[in-house]
Design a protein around this ligand. Structure first.
Ligand SMILES: Cc1cc2nc3c(=O)[nH]c(=O)nc-3n(C[C@H](O)[C@H](O)[C@H](O)COP(=O)(O)OP(=O)(O)OC[C@H]3O[C@@H](n4cnc5c(N)ncnc54)[C@H](O)[C@@H]3O)c2cc1C
Length: 490
């Protein structure tokens, strides 16, 4: 087979590895989404100079470039038809450590970073359930968060600066780039960027973050955070570090229904809890199948729903009359959250002809709207014959839904798209965000048009400003089409 001009140049200009065999490409066709796309080449850059060369070659050969960290994204963000740049192989080091910040390369895995930071009594606070596999670059690009968002915020809140390679093939420290910020501001409409149609929810990872672009402390890193590799490539990240908590306390509460659990959330929020997670019956059963004794120990053997709650206070200072379990042992609390973070994996492993497809999995609602919203979504799942788990970060009004869909049915793709259409209509009717933490990717790009209708022009300004050659991760967040490359399930 003849070697293309691009491949020849990749092999001579890049010090890291270049992969082009069918078998190697197969490993990068999928992430944790419902999609599959085969790339032309996969490259593992060794250093920043490799990344700069890749941006130049992508332009020269008009071949799109898609960054990839751990490949755990669930909206099809890290797959693409051109060049995949895998940051996880070589660009995964802790570069510099101070008492309150660290510079890291984008491919470093969250859990590995925190293992090192713990030795200094520190940690990087955003805590996605995928912490064993997700990279800091991926977290920045999706604005990831997790159960402790209530206390520590999202990734954007925990980033100080980014080193960045844009279309001009220069590496810059983004927040020092006052001229670039001014250039972007000059193209934007102050009224549209900062006001209309921003959902009033606790968490949002949809669209470009432009609402602070005209504020006194506007930072370009805030815009890049959550931009899913569509504006350029991140070569290092300055993370804000937090001291490990002095005290930790945990309690579990048992309920006879999800509705009853939801009623308790406001009261628990007022106790300054650092995490409030909803565990529904599906997840309880899944966890039971993994470790029945643990669920019994937690007093949840007969629960139909549960809230798992943490505080950064001593257990003795808390008054928790209706709890079924509590502990102040930090190791035990970490094991409980590790156990909780396995739920998605267990649910997927239990799948037979019905699969928990991640297509309506990440909406975030105003907390007060949850009861009505849940009723309507349960009805929708019954109508589409795909009831499934509804669980997660309820303290933020943010629930993950995994509809159990018969993947053997005719016209699976149409069925899923119809379900999505109805679901996102419901989310928007309650003033919700279509994505609380996972991002839009190609999965939700068609609904970005609905969520952000009045800001779409401003999003296009941002995209064109950073990516005039349309080379960075096309078809994600912003799309003209309705691509739906569903992977084969049978
Ligand atoms: C079981 C499971 C549990 C999860 N739990 C959570 C959760 O609790 N909270 C949460 O927020 N998410 C969660 N996720 C989703 C996912 O883990 C997060 O979105 C995570 O941040 C993705 O990180 P990654 O390294 O895998 O990124 P990837 O999937 O590899 O990429 C994600 C995006 O980042 C971009 N990107 C990566 N590196 C760079 C770079 N150097 N420069 C520019 N762009 C880059 C990619 O192009 C892509 O758009 C979960 C996923 C799974 C499978």
């Amino acid at each position: 087979m003849s070697v293309s001009g691009l491949e020849k140049k990749l092999r001579t200009h890049i010090e890291g590895e270049v992969f082009s065999s069918q078998k190697q490409l197969q490993a990068y066709c999928q992430d944790e989404s419902i999609f599959s796309i085969e790339p032309q080449y996969v490259v593992s850059p060794k250093h920043t100079q490799d990344v700069i060369s890749l941006v130049a070659l992508s332009q020269e050969y008009k071949t799109p470039i898609t960054a990839r960290g751990g490949g755990t994204g669930v909206a099809g963000q890290s797959i693409g038809s051109g060049l995949i740049v895998d940051f996880s192989t070589h660009m995964n080091s802790l570069l510099d450590l101070s008492t309150n910040f660290a510079w890291v390369q984008p491919g470093v895995i969250l859990e590995e970073l925190n293992r090192k930071l713990h030795l200094q009594g520190l940690f990087f606070a955003p805590d996605p359930g995928s912490k064993k596999r997700c990279s800091i670059g991926g977290m920045v690009s999706t604005n990831a968060s997790g159960p402790h968002h209530l206390f520590y915020g999202n990734t954007r809140d925990n980033i100080l600066d980014l080193e960045w390679i844009g279309h001009d093939q220069k590496m810059v420290s983004l927040n020092q780039e006052k001229k670039t910020l001014a250039g972007l501001q000059a193209l934007m409409d102050r009224n549209l960027a900062t006001t209309s149609s921003i959902p009033d929810v606790a968490k949002n990872s949809s669209g470009y973050y432009i609402q602070n672009i005209f504020s006194q402390d506007a930072k370009l890193s805030d815009v890049i955070c959550g931009s899913e590799g569509t504006l350029g490539l991140i070569s290092s990240i300055q993370c804000r570090l937090s001291p490990l908590p002095k005290h930790r306390s945990f309690a579990a509460f048992s309920f006879s229904s999800v509705e009853e659990a939801i009623e308790k959330v406001e009261e628990l929020k007022s106790t300054k809890a650092s995490a409030i997670e909803l565990i529904d019956l599906w997840i309880l059963e899944a966890l039971k199948s993994k470790d029945e004794r643990m669920i019994e120990e937690m007093g949840l053997a007969h629960a139909k729903a549960s809230l798992w709650v943490e505080w950064e206070e001593e257990l003795s200072s808390l008054h928790l009359p209706s709890k079924v379990f509590s502990t102040g042992n930090a190791d035990m609390i970490s094991s409980i959250w590790n156990f909780r973070s396995q739920s998605s994996k267990i649910i997927h492993a239990l799948a037979k002809e019905r699969h928990p497809l991640r297509c309506i999995e990440d909406a975030c609602l105003p907390l007060a709207k949850l009861p009505e919203y849940i009723k309507e979504v349960e009805e929708l799942l019954r109508t589409f014959d795909c009831e499934g788990p509804m669980f997660g970060h309820v303290g933020d009004g943010h629930l993950h839904i995994n509809p159990q869909i018969d993947v053997g049915q005719n016209q699976l793709s149409q069925h899923v798209q119809k379900l999505m259409e109805e679901f996102y209509r419901i989310v928007l009717s309650y003033g919700g965000s279509i994505s609380g933490e996972h991002g839009d990717g190609m999965l939700r790009a068609p609904y970005v048009r609905k969520q952000w209708a009045s800001q779409l022009d401003q999003f296009a300004v941002v995209k064109n400003f950073f990516d005039p050659f349309c080379q960075f991760n096309p078809g994600k967040i912003i799309t003209e089409g309705n691509d739906f490359p569903l992977k084969a399930y049978t």
